[in-house]
Design a protein around this ligand. Structure first.
Ligand code: AHR
Length: 538
């Protein structure tokens, strides 16, 4: 009997009869028919089994989990998104057409702006009115460069309209005033005959914008004012009072949550402010074995560095679980959303670039890390209602890199494109038993997964093989469904550091994938090493 057939038969027997001694017999027979190389590999890796409960989904994966973040930092806004109306680079009212089109292709649902750390030193009134009359400032967080304020509120909200996405504006608590924040919300969203609404009309925008999401500060435990959680929670309660819902714009108020494992911050802010918030943020950046001073190269690394990133990325699961447990204590009905509004990989800046600009390359390693993050958000979608990768263009784990009129889509972009099938679909519970990816004395699970069912009933499974050198065979039991067709796509590469450059922009791209078969109700998939795989099942 061929090995695949034998495994399927074995799985059906286990599933249908549960006769343990038969299992042992079959397993022994199976092992006898394997080549010794197969046998060693299976002994090393174990059998990978996945059960997908296709009829048991109840929570929806909010499409905002696939959100983005753009800060006045380096070349994200200027060059990346904004080139100005007089630029030779094709643009619409100063905003790059190529970047807008690329982001629309991944159905960007929401965009956070203007920071980040920049948000708590941004004074929005400097970024409205005729551009040549706007005062400039120094961007003290990011490279001490001149900020011209050419890109301000009107330009950002025009960008969101061009992208057809929701706007998420982060307000200034660190160095701003309550009045300034109140005025901003009124300026953007009020239809009244009021001072701020009339100022907006005077500046050329008659109708108010829809601004659904408003953040009250950013990282106020650090760059946003170095506050204690008690002090911030009191300030939050005060500032948010004046963040009003005008003219039918129901605003979602977001409190500043912790960075990574700062559980005391989450506990105190939830305890003091949970009645006054709609969401609370969480930030989580990952890297390899490096530290804040030497984070490691984005492209020059060995397998130990690959392993370290995979291991560190998997910390998102306990991190979500622990923060959610704290939230559950104060909000057992899960009214408040957890918004992971900054996440991603953070490497040393590319040699020869301004260290304050956080410009980094992006490889298949970043892509697999992205798949793991997004699977985690999907699997916790009863509480995680938004996530915003940092950042959209030319900064940190960017979707897009630009050089003058050229644009490169990164491997991370391709993962977002593949995963868009999960937007607003119902998350399907999964049970995964898999072998380890071992390096030296350390091991981590080799496979990572999430699944969903869309409104047409189509099931999508996204799988990552974390092991950069070994393929992984996975046997899936699709409980509650009888597929009539299955199609696949995969993102993988030959080298661990494969990436797209301006000279070779299509080195890492998704391809059609057919290394699976379905027989006797069992789906068997062979995941290539270092891959992100999407299966669509009807
Ligand atoms: O994304 C870069 C920076 O990381 C943001 O400005 C800040 O919020 C975080 O520390």
């Amino acid at each position: 009997m061929k090995l695949n057939k034998l495994k399927r038969w074995f799985f059906v027997m286990v599933k249908n009869t549960g006769i343990i001694c038969l299992m042992i017999l079959v397993l022994t027979a199976g092992c006898a028919s394997m080549s010794s190389a197969d046998k060693t590999q299976r002994q090393e890796r174990g059998i990978n089994k996945l059960v997908i409960h296709t009829d048991k989904g109840k929570d929806t994966i909010n499409k905002n989990i696939y959100g983005h973040f753009s800060e006045h930092l380096g070349r994200c806004i200027y060059d990346g998104l904004w080139v100005g109306e007089d630029s030779d680079i094709p643009n619409t009212r100063g905003i790059r057409n190529d970047v807008v089109e690329a982001l629309r292709r991944i159905k960007i649902p929401v965009l956070r702006w203007p920071g980040g750390c920049f948000a708590d030193e941004y004074h929005w009134k400097e970024g409205i009115g005729p551009r040549q009359q706007r005062p400039s400032m120094i961007n003290t967080h990011w490279g001490m460069v001149k900020e011209t304020n050419a890109f301000g509120t009107h330009e950002f909200l025009d960008l969101c309209e061009q992208l057809e996405c929701e706007a998420y504006v982060a307000g200034n608590v660190g160095s701003g005033t309550v009045e300034e924040m109140q005025d901003w919300v009124e300026y953007m969203t009020s239809d009244a005959d009021s001072e701020m609404a009339n100022l907006r009309r005077f500046n050329g925008r008659d109708k108010p914008w829809r601004v659904k999401y408003f953040g009250v500060g950013n990282e106020n435990w650090g760059c946003g004012g170095n506050m204690s959680p008690e002090y911030y929670a009191d300030l939050y309660n005060r500032f948010q009072t004046y963040v009003r819902s005008y003219s039918g714009n129901r605003i979602v108020k977001i409190a500043c949550g912790p960075g990574s494992e700062n559980y005391p911050w989450m506990t105190t802010v939830m305890e003091r402010s949970h009645r006054r918030m709609n969401a609370i943020s969480l930030h989580h950046y990952v890297r390899g074995t490096g530290n804040w001073t030497k984070k490691g190269s984005a492209t020059q690394f060995d397998e130990a560095e690959w392993f370290a990133l995979m291991k560190n990325t998997l910390t998102i699961n306990p991190l979500l679980k622990n923060n959610i447990e704290i939230m559950d204590r104060f909000d057992p009905r899960k009214r408040i959303g957890l918004f992971v509004d900054e996440w991603g990989t953070w490497w040393d800046t590319e040699p020869g670039t301004n260290p304050g600009f956080l410009y980094q390359q992006n490889t298949i390693r970043d892509a697999v890390s992205t798949g793991i993050f997004l699977n985690a958000f999907n699997n916790h979608c009863d509480r995680v209602k938004m996530a915003n990768i940092a950042q959209t263009v030319n900064v940190l784990q960017a979707m897009i890199l630009t050089k003058d009129e050229e644009m490169v889509l990164t491997p991370t972009y391709h993962v977002f494109e593949m995963y868009k099938v999960h937007h607003d679909a119902v998350m399907l519970p999964v049970e995964l038993q898999c072998g380890d990816y071992q390096l030296g004395d350390e091991k981590i699970p080799s496979i990572n997964v999430s699944a969903s069912k869309d409104t047409s009933g189509k099931i999508h499974i996204t799988l990552c093989n974390l092991d950069p050198t070994k393929s992984a065979e996975l046997v899936c039991d699709l409980q509650g469904t009888r597929p009539s067709s299955i199609i696949g796509r995969a993102l993988t590469a030959g080298a661990m550091n494969a990436h797209n450059t301006f000279d070779n922009p299509e080195a890492v791209q998704p391809d059609a994938f057919d290394k699976f078969d379905f027989e006797d109700d069992i789906l068997t998939v062979t995941l290539p090493p270092k891959s992100v795989v999407l299966l669509g099942i009807k």
